[in-house]
Design a protein around this ligand. Structure first.
Ligand code: NAD
Length: 277
């Protein structure tokens, strides 16, 4: 029987640990404050931003919201980021993606001070991750490593296959597994023999963005399967990139959707917010 990796419970435990940490730091007069910027009113983004603010409030991290209209220019957004970079009270800056089409997300990410880049998207942090230096690490892959650690799932010497090479999930995931001494293969839309490669994996991470694509044909018996995908189905329920019911009987451990990787992303964002306290 596969172990169900309970990201919701682990995330709740981490938030409680951070709450105590933040209380201790407050006694030394040290405080964290996250600036959250949203441009436009994409409903999904509003939900994510709301959840982040709620998590900050629970832990005792300050948060300042900047809800800018969809017509905000790139220059106006840059000026706000410059002000927040220079503001000593603000310890973390997060710009909720996606941005409206007229704003270049890469330029925006580069404008955030690497020292306040709690999403870990700035090229300085990405570079530091790749050479094994201390840095802000992208929250979703960091959360997956934390889940593996807390479930005593060893990465050293394991065949790790990551499906997806995005800058926010696939690539940093591969770097972290490599740092964990795994033997890492990164697959993507141009990969040939995807099923055969996935079937080699002791640890399979699906960050492919296609609902229920990964079924039993991709999974080696006894593998650990981590599902990063989040999709809303027609019946309004959520599903992942993995066909959970089909794969679960095969694997040794698996993350469900919802309640697996998702809650860890916010928990790691909170951890990043506390990193330099
Ligand atoms: P993305 O679209 O940027 O990247 C998808 C990757 O999958 C690409 O690198 C692409 O090459 C690869 N791919 C696409 N089709 C493929 C195919 N048929 N075969 C092999 N590879 C293929 O997506 P992303 O931002 O990395 O997100 C991936 C999924 O994770 C999405 O469902 C997203 O909603 C979800 N997500 C969840 C969280 C979370 O907190 N749980 C965070 C970020 C993203």
């Amino acid at each position: 029987m596969a172990i169900l990796i309970d990201g919701k419970a682990v995330a709740a435990a981490i938030k409680d640990e951070l709450k105590s940490f933040v209380e201790e730091k407050a006694k030394e007069g040290k405080h964290a404050c996250l600036a959250v910027i949203q441009v436009g009113n994409d409903p999904a983004s509003s939900v994510y931003v709301g959840n982040k603010k709620k998590a900050c409030a629970y832990i005792g991290i300050g948060s300042e919201s900047f809800e800018l209209p969809g017509e905000t220019t790139e220059n106006e957004l840059m000026e706000l980021i410059d002000r927040l970079n220079a503001d000593d009270k603000i310890t973390g800056i997060l710009v909720q993606l996606p941005l409206p089409r007229h704003i270049d997300p890469d330029k925006v990410i580069r404008r955030i001070s690497p020292a306040k880049d709690v999403d870990g998207f700035h090229p300085m942090n990405v570079g530091a991750l790749s050479i094994g230096e201390d840095c802000f690490v992208s929250c979703t892959p960091q959360g997956i490593m934390e889940l593996l650690k807390r479930y005593d799932i060893e990465t050293e010497g394991k065949e790790c296959v990551v499906i997806g090479r995005s800058n926010i999930v696939g690539k940093p995931m591969a770097m972290l597994l490599l740092r964990g001494n795994g033997t890492v293969t990164v697959c993507h839309s141009k990969t040939r023999d995807l099923k055969e490669i996935c079937k080699r994996a002791d640890i399979l991470v699906a960050a492919v963005g296609r609902p229920k694509m990964i079924d039993h044909e991709y999974v080696k018996p006894g593998a650990v399967v981590i599902d990063v995908g989040i999709h809303r189905m027609e019946n309004s329920k959520l599903c992942g990139d993995v066909d959970f019911d089909d794969v679960m009987p095969l694997c040794s451990a698996i993350t469900p959707v919802p309640g697996g990787v998702g809650p860890m992303t916010i928990a790691m964002l909170m951890k990043n917010c506390c990193k330099n306290l």
